[in-house]
Design a protein around this ligand. Structure first.
Ligand code: SAM
Length: 299
């Protein structure tokens, strides 16, 4: 299935693109956002990151009519290093549209789905070593339970971890789903939804890479540069919200000085509340229902 870009025009609006600016799309995916950025650039340049070769091949086709861009096959956690290699010292905007694209979810062999029997993979980068299979078959009880509890907010984390350990070796997605079915039999939604979210976050180290890239992005932003992030679950959104708030807070000592009238922080949050998809978008694309956009501006 084709990937439908979420909050496309809202992301462009908050990036406030300067036609000659240098922009980074940290999550190229189906290239919907990248294409819109490229349409706005006149003399500017776009660097687009993705760690998934399939997404890159797909995106190249979508962007075939443009030439003012470069695709970088890398985790966006290496943003700073990759830009340094290219002698880029400052950027005017970074967009992150987190999570997976529809074609990754729909490709059963990638192991992201709890609806079909397939291998326990869940890697966004197919060259990475760690898979979901390795986690469920080798991690100790406490660590497995922690992953389910923290990354999945799964209240039966311990019970599920215990049963997984007793059932080893587990080979397919259904081996995990069956255990979740037994434990979460009262659940209204899918019994394995939270455990699969947790495994995916752990396999791809998603929360750590987000924290890392946010820090580096602020250092890289030129004055008036923008950082725009679209998240799909509360754990990601919490990280972005707190980072933006902390980064934009005034120095508590300077704040008390009567002579200072201007905010001294490096950045300001330009979305006081998160931006949600419109009614129209929600009707057209059910995947957009959990999306939230937040934006930050470098002073
Ligand atoms: C939601 S999709 C992006 C869709 C895109 N904005 C569009 O309009 O089509 C997220 C993409 O980012 C990639 N991705 C997620 N986390 C990444 C990371 N840490 N480093 C590099 N790519 C990542 C995924 O492989 C996926 O292709």
């Amino acid at each position: 299935m084709k990937h439908i870009t979420v909050l496309k025009e809202e992301a462009i609006q908050y990036l406030a693109i300067k036609p000659q600016g240098i922009y980074v799309d940290g999550t190229l995916g189906g290239a919907g956002h990248s294409k819109r950025i490229l349409e706005e650039l006149k003399g500017g340049f776009l660097y687009a990151f993705d760690q998934d070769q399939f997404a890159i091949d797909y995106a190249k086709e979508v962007l075939k009519d443009f030439d003012h861009y470069e695709i970088i096959k890398s985790n966006f956690r290496y943003l700073k290093d990759e830009l340094e290699k290219r002698h880029v010292k400052g950027i005017d905007g970074l967009l992150l549209d987190l999570g997976l694209s529809s074609f990754q979810i729909d490709d059963v062999s990638r192991g992201f789905t709890y609806l079909k029997e397939t291998s326990l993979d869940m890697r966004m980068d197919q060259h990475q070593r760690l898979t979901a299979e390795e986690i469920v078959n080798t991690y100790e009880l406490d660590e497995l339970a922690r992953i389910f509890y923290v990354y999945g907010e799964e209240k039966n984390a311990y019970k599920i971890a215990r049963r997984i350990i007793d059932a080893r070796p587990l080979r397919t997605t259904m081996d995990v789903v069956n255990i979740c079915d037994q434990v979460n039999y009262k659940e209204k939604g899918h019994s394995a939804k939270r455990v699969f979210q947790a495994l995916r976050i752990a396999v791809n180290d998603e929360l750590t890479v987000l924290e890392e890239v946010l820090k580096d992005a602020v250092d890289l932003l030129n004055p008036d540069g923008r950082l725009v992030v679209i998240t799909f679950h509360s754990l990601e959104d919490r990280i972005v919200k707190h980072f933006f708030r902390d980064e934009s807070e005034e120095d508590p000592v300077l704040k008390r000085l009567p002579v200072l009238t201007q905010n001294t922080s490096k950045t300001e949050v330009i979305t006081r509340k998160p931006i949600y998809p419109s009614e129209k978008e929600l009707l057209e694309n059910s995947r957009s229902k959990s999306a939230k956009l937040r934006a930050l501006r470098r002073r």
